[in-house]
Structures are given as structure tokens and as C-alpha cells.
Design a protein around this ligand. Structure first.
Ligand code: M6R
Length: 606
């Protein structure tokens, strides 16, 4: 996690500190424990950093006063060492000539630190990162130039990392390397930017080079040099790509939070996803061909992407295909059963989640073909897959996934549907899916008041159950994840029938239980609603109008009607009222839903 940004410019920039601040604001979703920048100006290194948000630290540490030609910035999600000023990046060497920012984990840092301590280096922080500037310093002392010292230092690191360094003696060079954690180089007319994410590059240039694992190099205005750690130089010109996102996609617009903006965008984003699926025939066909040839299908993801995988795998099975969903961080033992001939579908909004990436690599090693579903076609997962589907949901800034979850489910449903090659069924479903924009818009407006009302009740509770059967269970699981993430209410999802096998013990008078009825394969749910009511639960039921029977009415304290739609449409949309509920509960409890504590948008550490 953590966000890195760096710039080298041919002119001395009086606004260097401001520029780094603006770029860091766009990376804050990657971590918000602390913030820091370092610049080289007229032969001196200046470092400013502290605990807090980009805005508050930039103000308190006066980032705006920093000028120069070259600078680096960092927003931190703490791994080694508590969030504190001394542990904030950038970190420096003993002589305060070299500054380093890092995303990832250096596994062998203790061993390297002991070596450096024995060589007389003095450490200030508790981080793994601090070994890097000292290693560079050590190799410079031995006579190497800045780049050679950097290269040698990074060759000694084990773990996952994206690193950028600057050195007073290195002129305008930004030194960089990457192993697993992402790093992108943006090339401008008289500047070069290096960042963890193109979001902070796009306002300045749309020409980018995505670094591959085990590449190392440097950038200075007018020149980008990249080689592999093995010493093979890279033809940079052939790797330059043009990105077609608009900068405006990253704005919050009139909304108070990105979360509500992204929830409300779903009529549009689902339309984008569906149009992309229909118009990008070749890419989608490639994925379909692989899926159709599969002996077994595994669908792998983390967090919300896992729940989308679960929903997708259930739908595949419903259609008669063999499919199994796996949590990526737990996938390894299950992947032992993967054989050549199997297909692994990798679901990841960012395309950079390390657990998912490793599960993907493990599958490929075992001979499986990989189909990825991503929201970033430049991501590592997209680039390493055999075929990928680009969701086209636009940038999702809120840490909690909303619009990308519904797009993931739409892609999986579309792929499942297309695999049936049943033209009548496909045509009928597509007719219904084309109405997603209007159905989604009306679902948002018709359930928003209920979300506000239920939020008032749940905001005073410690715990809530989310229950559903069959398709209703993964939707409940995603709903509960949203509630935990943004409102910090303990929310547990259970298959409704399974709740009798233990969880019901917790239910006492007034305990909130949220049911989601989807309308297929969940006929027995009414009994589960009755059981909860009989124990005094406060029952909230989300159900399509044709499933609001007298039993449901009688046993629910509140019934929220959902539109009665085709299964494929309900799979995509029935989570949306729950997204609204989590959002309003977070607001009711006085939190910022965009920045849940302890979380980062993209998890690039194990
Ligand atoms: O980028 P990915 O889809 O691979 O991310 C996976 C999870 O980290 C992500 O879905 C996470 O659970 C979100 N915070 C959910 O809201």
C-alpha cells in the first residue's frame, strides 16, 4: 500500500512542494497514516513530513515553501513501525544527502540493518525502508556513483517494493525500481513523473511507461533509462503508452464524499461496462473461448472482489458450469488441484492486489489459463493474464468498493450468460440488462429514504446480521463488508439457513437482522425470517415486490421493496440499497466513509 510520487523537471520549480502535494492528494486512498516530501534544491536536501492527512501535513510542514528541480512524496499505510513523524517517509541516509520513498515490505531488512549498523550507520526510524538510503550511502562510500549504488542496494533487497530515491549528488535523477508493488513513469515535455498510480500523473501527461517486476532505472528530463535487475536494457520508446482517462473522472464534483458519488454513478458505470462488453467483441470472445474450453473454472478475488467471485461462481453453477470461488489470500492450498486445461478467472478492481496476483501466478505455474476482470488495463494482473475484460467503471477513489463491485458482477453474469450460447436466453437477458441504467437509478431513489431511516437504527447498535440464501448470501456478505468498513459496526453475513447452527444464539430483543431476498433458489427464507422474529430480532427485509408475502410482512419490522427484475439484473443491483445503508450509517455515526481507518484501497502487502 502507500502511495509514491516523484518529479524531475528541467526548470527549477518554485511550486515543487505544491505540485507534490496535489499529486499526493490523489494517492491518499493508498494510505493515510502519514505524509512526507523531500526535494533537492540548490545542492541541499529538504525533508518535510508528519502524521496526518495530506492537507493538514502540507499546511503544518509548509510544503508550499519547497522549490527545486527534483522531489519525491509519499503517503503511508504503516507496516513496519507505528504511524509517527520519525517513521514517515521519505527516509534519509546518515549524511542527509539521499532520500527514499517506498511502498511494500523489505523482508530481509533486519539482516541488512545489522550489516549497516556494523558499518557505523545510525538509524532513526523503526521502518524497513530506512535500510535503503543507508545501503546507497554505503556503496557510494565504496566509490560507486549514485545510480550504481542504488542498483547494487536494490539487488540486495528481498520482498515486495516500489522505491524511488533522490540524491544531492545525483543531479536531476529520480532512481526507481519495482518488484510486485506498482510503479508508473509519466513522460512530459520537460519533466518526468514517477508514481504508484497514473491518477497522479494524468493531470500532467498521458504518456506513460508501466514498469515491470525486477526493473530498475532512472529518469531525468528528456531521458528515461530502464534495465532489468539482470542488466538487460529496455527499449523505453516501445513501451510508451497513451492513456485515455479524463482528469475530470477523478473529481468529487458536487458530492460530499466519493462514496456517495460512486454509488450514484452506477446507472452510468453499469452502462459503460455493458457497452464495453458488447463492443469489445474480440477481447471478450478471447476470454469466452478460454472459459468454454475449461475443464474447471476457478474464480479468485479478495474482499469485495471475492464476494463478486462468489456470486459469479454461483451463477455459473446455476447455468450448469463447474465453477468454484476462492479467496485469493487462501487460494494456494486449493490451487494445488489446478491442472492444465483449467481456467482461473482473476477478479480485481485495481489489478494490483498482491494476494490475487500471487494466486494468479500460482495458477499460471500450474498450467492454467488466466482470464482477468480488472478496472485498470495497465495493471500487472491485466498484463500477465491470457485475456482480460476491462470493466470501464472509471476511477474508484473511495476505499470501499461500490460501483466496481456491481460492474464485476455484471461482467461475470455476462460471461456466464454468453457461455450458454443460448441465443434466446442471451437476447432476453440482454434486453433486461440494457435497462440497468433506469433500474439502477430508480433503485437508488426508491431506497434512499429507507437507507437513512435504517441507518438511524443501526448507528446505535454494536452488531448486525445480514442473512440471505443462495444468491442472497454473497450479496449479504458484500453488504456486511460495506457496513464494517465505513460505519465500524460489527456486521456478520451468514447463509440464512446456517444461522440456526450457532449465530442465532446472539439474537435477543431488538438485535438487527437484515434479510435480502433475491427471488431464485431462496424459497425457504421465509422460515428463517420467522425464526429470527420469534427470538425478538428487529427484522429488516429487502425483497422484490412479488416476494413480500404476508409472512414476510408479519415478521419484518421494516420491508424495503426492490424492483421485480430478471435474475441477472437483481444479481447486479440488489446490493445497491445496502451500499446506501452503509454510507448513511457512516454519516450518522460521524465518520468519513471515504477513508476508513486501517484500510487502504489497494493492498500490496501480504
Ligand atoms: O483491487 P481489488 O479488487 O483486488 O481489491 C480487493 C479488496 O482489497 C477490496 O475489494 C476491498 O475489500 C475493498 N475495500 C472493499 O470495499
Amino acid at each position: 500500500m502507500c502511495g509514491i510520487v516523484a518529479i524531475t523537471s528541467s526548470n527549477r520549480r518554485g511550486d515543487l512542494g505544491i505540485l507534490l502535494t496535489e499529486a499526493l492528494k490523489k494517492l491518499e486512498y493508498r494510505g493515510y497514516d502519514s505524509v512526507g516530501i523531500a526535494v533537492v534544491d540548490q545542492g541541499n536536501l529538504y525533508v518535510a513530513k508528519n502524521v496526518g492527512t495530506v492537507e493538514s501535513v502540507a499546511k503544518s510542514e509548509n510544503f508550499a515553501s519547497l522549490s527545486g528541480c527534483v522531489g519525491i512524496g509519499h503517503t503511508r499505510w504503516a507496516t513496519h513501525g507505528a504511524p509517527s513523524k520519525k517513521n514517515s517517509h521519505p527516509h534519509t541516509d546518515c549524511a542527509k544527502k539521499i532520500a527514499v520513498v517506498h511502498n511494500g515490505i523489505i523482508e530481509n531488512y533486519s539482516e541488512l540493518k545489522n550489516f549497516l549498523l556494523s558499518r557505523g550507520h545510525v538509524f532513526i526510524s523503526d521502518t524497513d525502508t530506512e535500510v535503503v538510503p543507508h545501503l546507497i550511502e554505503e556503496f557510494k562510500r565504496a566509490g560507486l556513483d549514485t545510480y550504481s549504488a542504488f542498483r547494487k542496494a536494490v539487488s540486495m533487497l528481498r520482498g515486495t517494493f516500489a522505491i524511488v530515491a533522490i540524491d544531492i549528488d545525483g543531479g536531476r535523477k529520480l532512481l526507481f525500481t519495482r518488484k510486485v508493488s506498482p510503479l508508473v513513469v509519466g513522460i512530459g515535455s520537460d519533466f518526468v513523473l514517477v508514481s504508484s498510480d497514473i491518477v497522479s500523473i494524468l493531470p500532467y501527461t498521458d504518456r506513460v511507461v508501466v514498469l515491470n517486476d525486477d526493473e530498475v532505472g532512472y529518469a531525468e528530463p528528456g531521458r528515461v533509462f530502464i534495465e532489468t535487475v539482470g542488466g538487460r536494457s529496455v527499449d523505453v520508446a516501445s513501451r510508451v503508452m497513451k492513456v485515455d482517462y479524463g482528469v475530470e473522472d477523478f473529481d468529487k464534483g458536487p458530492y460530499e464524499h466519493y462514496m456517495i458519488k460512486e454509488i450514484r454513478e452506477q446507472p452510468y458505470t453499469l452502462n459503460q461496462t455493458l457497452s464495453g462488453l458488447i463492443s469489445s467483441r474480440d477481447e471478450v470472445e478471447k476470454s469466452l473461448k478460454l472459459l468454454e474450453s475449461a475443464d474447471s473454472i476457478y474464480i479468485v478475488g479478495a474482499g469485495s472482489s471475492y464476494y463478486a467471485s462468489l456470486l459469479g461462481s454461483l451463477y455459473f453453477r446455476y447455468l450448469g458450469f463447474r465453477a468454484q470461488a476462492l479467496v485469493s489470500s487462501e487460494a494456494t492450498p486449493y490451487l494445488r488441484g489446478v491442472r492444465p486445461g483449467d481456467v482461473v478467472v482473476v477478479v480485481s478492481q485495481s489489478g494490483e492486489t498482491i494476494d490475487t496476483l500471487l494466486a494468479m501466478r500460482e495458477s499460471a505455474k500450474r498450467g492454467a489459463r488466466v482470464v482477468a476482470i480488472v478496472n485498470n488495463p495497465l495493471s500487472t494482473i491485466a498484463r500477465e493474464s491470457d485475456a482480460y475484460v476491462y470493466m470501464k467503471s472509471g476511477p474508484e477513489i473511495c476505499v470501499a468498493a461500490t460501483k466496481t463491485f456491481t460492474s464485476q458482477v455484471l461482467v461475470l453474469s455476462y460471461l456466464g450468460l454468453a457461455m450458454t450460447r443460448d441465443s434466446h436466453r442471451i437476447e432476453a437477458s440482454l434486453r433486461a440488462l440494457r435497462r440497468l441504467p433506469e433500474i439502477t437509478a430508480s433503485m437508488i431513489s426508491s431506497t434512499e429514504n429507507a437507507a437513512r431511516k435504517v441507518a438511524k437504527k443501526i448507528s446505535t447498535e454494536h452488531s448486525v446480521y445480514y442473512l440471505g440464501r443462495a444468491f442472497g448470501y454473497p450479496i449479504s456478505a458484500e453488504a456486511a463488508l460495506k457496513m464494517k468498513e465505513v460505519a465500524y459496526v460489527h456486521a456478520e453475513a451468514y447463509p440464512a439457513g446456517e444461522s440456526k447452527h450457532g449465530p442465532i444464539a446472539l439474537v435477543a430483543s431488538g438485535f438487527p437482522v437484515v434479510f435480502t431476498i433475491v427471488g431464485e433458489l431462496d424459497e425457504l427464507i421465509e422460515g428463517n425470517i420467522e425464526e429470527m422474529k420469534a427470538r425478538g430480532a428487529y427484522v429488516i427485509t429487502y425483497a422484490p415486490s412479488d416476494r413480500i408475502t404476508s409472512t414476510v410482512e408479519r415478521n419484518s419490522d421494516l420491508v424495503i421493496p426492490l424492483p421485480q427484475v430478471l435474475l441477472e439484473v437483481s444479481l447486479v443491483t440488489y446490493v445497491i440499497p445496502h451500499q446506501l445503508l452503509a454510507y448513511y450509517t457512516s454519516i450518522e455515526r460521524g465518520y468519513n466513509p471515504d477513508r476508513p481507518r486501517n484500510l487502504a484501497k489497494t493492498v500490496t502487502v501480504f
